[in-house]
Design a protein around this ligand. Structure first.
Ligand code: NAG
Length: 308
């Protein structure tokens, strides 16, 4: 009799510990043991230990995603407008990042190739690509992100006045107590169903990190949640839940990025083409003029010879 009670209790205990030994902030984590330890695969036989009471550093998540992608998964694309003239979006997409021990991005990234570039604290490229000798003297902090969200059509109009509080609350709740005070501005365009959220901290503030929250939200909207529970990111405004269908993230760094030829767009390229064509035309004219002249000279010589 006693034996059975012990067995049942043991089974319960095992069940309970198995249940609590899981990773809330990453569905890809594998958790095991007492005490419970969670890890994520970032390469062949390469496990990264995780603190699942917090959002997982983006660098670890990207590394894990890259590893998983090698075995068949996900893509992403972008389009849109700007919060600041130095703001930029991630046009490169995912790569296999080098992470510091604490989960920060290394300033220089090479994606396992000979081609390297410098990134900001969000791991987004902020310089031109160079070779292995490229120097990135420090990791430049992203202190402002603009989240451009498009929500799905709604039945009743959205109350714009409640939007800021609703979004700050939703972000705070979903992204592990993310500081509401950093949600500075929320603008709304009902026609476009566009919500623009500015999340910003003081320059030099190293206490808060904006990039993890932004990455989790990007995944929530674009692909599937990174969280173990697969609930949607749905802020409640008034009595209405807003489901999101698109997101575009702008990054503003403490120092302006140094892409060259950033503005070498259509106009300048057109001017260069016109100038090159004009030079070629000029050379051709010169060439034919010279040839005609020498032909005339030859004929004149011939006539002189005949006369003699
Ligand atoms: C990194 O390399 C992978 C192939 O290993 C490629 O699919 C990906 O586009 C590269 N990313 C960048 C940003 O260069």
């Amino acid at each position: 009799m006693n034996f059975w009670i012990v067995l049942v209790l043991a089974a319960f205990a095992a069940g309970a510990s198995a249940q609590s030994c899981s990773c809330e902030t990453s569905k890809w984590a594998v958790c095991d043991g007492t005490p419970c330890v969670c890890t994520i695969l970032v390469g062949d036989n390469m496990k990264q230990k995780l603190d699942c009471t917090k959002l997982i550093p983006k660098c670890f998540l990207m590394k894990a995603e890259m590893y998983r992608a090698k075995k068949g998964l996900s893509t992403r694309t972008n389009i849109g407008g700007k919060p600041d003239e130095t703001a930029f979006v991630d046009n490169d997409g995912i790569y296999d990042p080098d992470c510091e021990n604490d989960g920060k991005f290394r300033a220089k990234q090479c994606n396992n190739t000979e081609e390297c570039w410098c990134v900001n604290s969000a791991g987004v490229r902020r310089t031109d690509k160079g070779d292995k000798n490229l120097v990135c003297d420090k990791l430049v902090e992203t202190y402002w992100v603009r989240l451009q969200l498009t929500h799905k059509p709604v039945n009743t109009p959205v109350d714009a006045k409640q939007l800021k509080t609703a979004l700050a609350d939703a972000i705070h709740k979903r992204y592990k107590n993310f500081n509401k005070d950093l949600v500075k501005d929320v603008e709304y365009d009902p026609e476009a169903r566009l919500i623009v959220v500015d999340v910003k901290k003081e320059k030099d503030n190293r206490q808060h990190d904006l990039t993890q929250m932004a990455y989790y939200m990007e995944k929530d909207v674009k692909v599937l949640p990174m969280f173990k529970d697969q609930e949607k990111f749905e802020p409640t405004v008034g009595s209405q839940k807003l489901e999101m269908e698109k997101i575009l993230v702008y990054y503003v760094d403490e120092e302006a990025p140094t892409f060259t030829m950033k503005n070498l767009s259509g106009g300048i390229i057109a001017v260069i083409v016109v100038v090159v064509l004009a030079v070629i035309a000029g050379l051709l004219v010169l060439f034919f003029a010279k040839r005609r002249e020498s032909q005339r000279y030859n004929k004149a010589q011939q006539r002189e010879m005949e006369a003699m």
